[in-house]
Design a protein around this ligand. Structure first.
Ligand code: SF4
Ligand code: FES
Length: 246
């Protein structure tokens, strides 16, 4: 495949940034999107040009760092995947591909395609944990019975990898899907009940302080989420918030 890439280049947070055109050839359908970016960067380095900065780590859909906005969609045109899992067979010979960073006020661009998502870390620190006493004997794993349905729903919520695609795809840059997944994974389990009220109040407060927008139920986040996090989690978080508020 021969492709034209229009890539967002921005030197630093202060730079205005712009789309720059690149031609790339001999791309195979089995390559991942990040492998295609690697080939581009090798050619830029060989020419003495600055390679395109982009975030990546695991390259297998786990770490959630590969935050690219491809042809107007977070993680590109496929469903239920991250950018590192996107195959070039989703594109055709001669295509022009627009590659931009995730755009949200709370995710400022650091360089090129890399955005600062430490806002998510601060939301997690505000309540995304449980406190346990680790002294004494280890508790038997079966000591606290948990209904299978609750365990499954909690695991589904815990699948969130904090990638930020929900924020990038929301017209309000809302982080409700992410925060609700983090609230739900504990709210569904007995271990999470003790700090439940503080957790939801603190995490929602931090979310608002970071500058994320409100949810208006368009559902774009659920469609673009690579881990299939359900909007039901937002309803659950709203119930938890209401309970904690009164
Ligand atoms: S809810 Fe989905 S899209 Fe949002 S951060 Fe978690 S995994 Fe990513
Ligand atoms: S590089 Fe880890 S999810 Fe893509």
């Amino acid at each position: 495949m021969n492709l034209t890439l229009k890539i967002w280049r921005q030197k630093n947070a202060q730079d205005k940034g712009k789309l720059v055109d690149y031609k790339i050839s001999d791309i195979e359908g089995h390559m991942s999107f990040l492998e295609m970016m690697d080939i581009l960067n090798e050619s830029l380095v060989a020419k003495g040009e600055e390679p395109v900065a982009f975030d990546h780590d695991c390259r297998e859909g786990i770490c959630g760092t590969c935050s690219m906005y491809i042809n107007g969609e977070a993680h590109g045109p496929d469903r239920g995947i991250t950018t590192c899992q996107l195959h070039m067979r989703m594109f055709n010979d001669g295509d022009t591909i627009y590659i931009e960073p995730f755009r949200a006020k709370a995710f400022p661009v650091i360089k090129d395609l890399i955005v600062d998502r430490t806002a998510f870390e601060r939301i997690q620190q505000a309540g995304g944990y449980i406190s346990v006493n680790t002294s004494g004997n280890t508790q038997d794993a079966n000591a606290i019975p948990i209904p299978k349905k609750d365990a499954d729903l909690s695991m589904d919520a815990a699948a969130c990898i904090g990638c930020g695609a929900c924020v990038a795809s929301c017209k309000n840059s809302s982080a409700m899907l992410f925060v609700s997944a983090k609230v739900s994974q504990f709210a569904l389990l007995p271990q999470g009940k003790i700090e439940a009220a503080d957790r939801v109040l603190n995490m929602v407060r931090q979310m608002d302080e970071e500058g994320f927008g409100n949810c208006t139920n368009t559902g774009a986040c659920e469609v673009e989420c690579p881990k299939g996090i359900s909007l039901d989690n937002i309803a659950r978080m709203n119930r938890e918030y209401l309970k904690a508020s009164i």
